[in-house]
Design a binder for this molecule. Structure first.
Ligand SMILES: Cc1cc2nc3c(=O)[nH]c(=O)nc-3n(C[C@H](O)[C@H](O)[C@H](O)COP(=O)(O)O)c2cc1C
Length: 393
C-alpha cells in the first residue's frame, strides 16, 4: 500500500479505537477488558481463517522497518513486549501438561494471531514451574496518564508445558519471536537460581522450539520478590554466563537479551552493562515496569507501565547508552516504557535506540499501535524535511 494511503487508513483506525475506548472499553474495569481480549484471542484461534486474515492486515498496515538489533535481523523495529502472550496460570505442572496433551487446550492464547497481526513478539515470561499468579483484580489503567498498572505475579503455565504446547505447533510458529524466561520468585541461592533458569531453557531447546532470541527477565516487580536482587553484579554474571554457555554448548546462535528494572542507581546500570558485555549478552531491554503502590491496597506493589513509566525508562536508556558509548560495548539497548506514539519513540531514537518494545500502547492506541506509531514518525520526518527545505530556500 502507498505510504500516504496507509497513513490515512491508520488515522481512521486510530480515531475508531479512541472512540471505542471512550464509549465502551474504558467504561469497564481494565481487568474485564483484559479478560475479554484474552477470550477473543482464544475464539479467533479456533477459527482457521483468523491467522491468514491477520497476516493480510499486517501486510496492509505495517511498514517494513528492518533492523539489526541484539544479534538478530527483524523486519520491524517495534516489538510486542512480554506479558501478553504468556498463557494460562496453573497450580501444578501435571495439570498444565494434561491441558496440553490430553485436553488439547489452547494454553497460550494469542500465540498464533498476535504475531500474524503485529510482527515480532516476545512470548512469556515463563518460569520453571507453572504459577497461578496473584488472585483478584490485577490489572488497572490510568487513562489520563495513558498508564497501565499490574500485579499479575508471573501467572503462566510453566516452561515445560509452554515448550510442549509450542513444540506441537512448531510449523506455525512465527518467523520472528522471542521467549522470555523469568526466575522463579523467592529463590535465594544463586546455584539454585542457575539450575532453575537452565532447566526452563532446556525445555524449549529439547523440544526444538528455537526462538529468534531469548530474554532473561531479571526484574519482576509484582511478585513480592526483590526486583533488584537478581540484578547485582555476581548474580547477573553467573546467570547470564550460564545461559549463554548452555546455548553455545548446543552450538546454537540464539542471542540472549536481558530485561532490567527502571530506577536503578547509575552505578548499577554501569556495572550491568559491563557484565553484559563481558559475558556476551547481545541486548538489554530497558525497562520492565516500575513498582508503585497498587490502586487497591497501597501496602502491596504493582508495576506501572505506559506514560508514567516513560521518563524512568528514558533515563535508564540514557545511562545505559552513555556507558555503551564510553566503553565501546557491543550491547544493544532496546527501549521499553511508554512507547505510545511517534513522539515518545522519537525521544528514545534521539538517544541512539534502534528498536523498542511496547505493551501499554495496545491499550491506548489499539491493535495497530505499532503501525500507527510508525506512521506518526514518518509524518514527523516529512514535516521536519519540509521545514528544513523552507529554511534553506
Ligand atoms: C499485564 C502486564 C503483564 C506483564 N507481564 C510481564 C511479564 O510476564 N514479563 C515481562 O518481562 N514483562 C511483563 N510486563 C511488562 C511489559 O513487558 C513492559 O515491560 C512494560 O509494560 C513497559 O512497557 P509499556 O510502557 O509499553 O507498557 C507486563 C506488563 C503488563 C501491563
Amino acid at each position: 500500500m502507498k505510504p500516504g494511503l496507509r497513513s490515512l487508513l491508520l488515522r481512521g483506525i486510530d480515531s475508531a479505537c479512541q472512540s471505542l475506548n471512550k464509549h465502551f472499553i474504558f467504561r469497564q474495569p481494565a481487568q474485564n477488558a483484559h479478560d475479554s481480549a484474552i477470550n477473543l484471542l482464544r475464539l479467533l484461534e479456533r477459527m482457521p481463517f483468523s491467522a491468514p486474515c491477520c497476516q493480510r492486515l499486517h501486510r496492509l498496515a505495517f511498514p517494513k522497518t528492518p533492523v539489526d538489533v541484539g544479534g538478530v535481523r527483524l523486519a520491524q523495529r517495534l516489538i510486542l513486549a512480554a506479558g501478553l502472550i504468556k498463557g494460562d496460570g496453573f497450580g501444578d505442572e501435571a495439570d498444565a501438561l494434561r491441558a496440553v496433551t490430553v485436553e488439547g487446550h489452547n494454553i497460550i492464547p494469542g500465540w498464533c494471531v498476535l504475531p500474524a497481526l503485529l510482527g515480532p513478539v516476545e512470548f512469556g515470561s515463563f518460569t520453571r514451574q507453572p504459577r497461578l499468579g496473584n488472585p483478584g483484580a490485577v490489572i488497572w489503567r490510568d487513562a489520563e496518564a495513558r498508564s497501565t498498572q499490574n500485579r499479575v505475579g508471573l501467572r503462566n503455565p510453566g516452561a515445560r508445558a509452554a515448550a510442549r504446547f509450542l513444540a506441537g505447533r512448531r510449523g506455525q510458529l512465527p518467523a520472528e519471536f522471542g521467549i522470555n524466561i523469568a526466575l522463579t520468585p523467592g529463590l535465594d541461592d544463586i546455584d539454585q537460581q542457575e539450575r532453575d533458569v537452565l532447566e526452563s531453557v532446556e525445555f524449549f531447546l529439547d523440544s526444538n522450539v528455537l526462538p529468534s532470541w531469548f530474554t532473561l527477565n531479571l526484574s519482576c516487580p509484582n511478585t513480592e520478590d526483590d526486583p533488584q536482587g537478581h540484578q547485582l553484579e555476581a548474580e547477573t554474571r553467573q546467570l547470564c554466563g550460564a545461559f549463554i554457555e548452555r546455548l553455545r554448548a548446543r552450538e546454537l546462535e540464539i542471542p540472549l537479551w536481558v530485561k532490567i528494572s527502571p530506577g536503578l542507581a547509575g552505578d548499577q546500570y554501569r556495572v550491568l552493562m559491563r557484565v553484559f558485555h563481558d559475558v556476551g549478552v547481545k541486548a538489554v531491554i530497558a525497562t520492565n515496569t516500575l513498582a508503585q503502590p497498587s490502586p487497591e491496597d497501597d501496602s502491596i506493589q504493582a508495576g506501572v507501565g505506559g506514560g508514567e513509566l516513560h521518563p524512568e525508562s528514558l533515563e535508564a536508556v540514557r545511562q545505559l547508552l552513555a556507558e555503551k558509548s564510553r566503553k565501546h560495548y557491543s550491547v544493544d539497548v532496546i527501549a521499553c516504557g511508554g512507547i505510545l506514539d511517534g513522539a515518545s519513540f522519537r525521544q528514545y531514537q534521539s538517544l541512539g535506540v534502534k528498536a523498542g518494545q511496547y505493551w501499554s500502547a495496545l491499550v491506548y492506541r489499539g491493535p495497530f499501535a505499532a503501525a500507527i506509531i510508525e506512521s506518526e514518525l514518518a509524518r514527523y520526518d516529512h514535516e521536519f524535511e519540509a521545514v528544513r527545505r523552507e529554511s534553506l530556500a
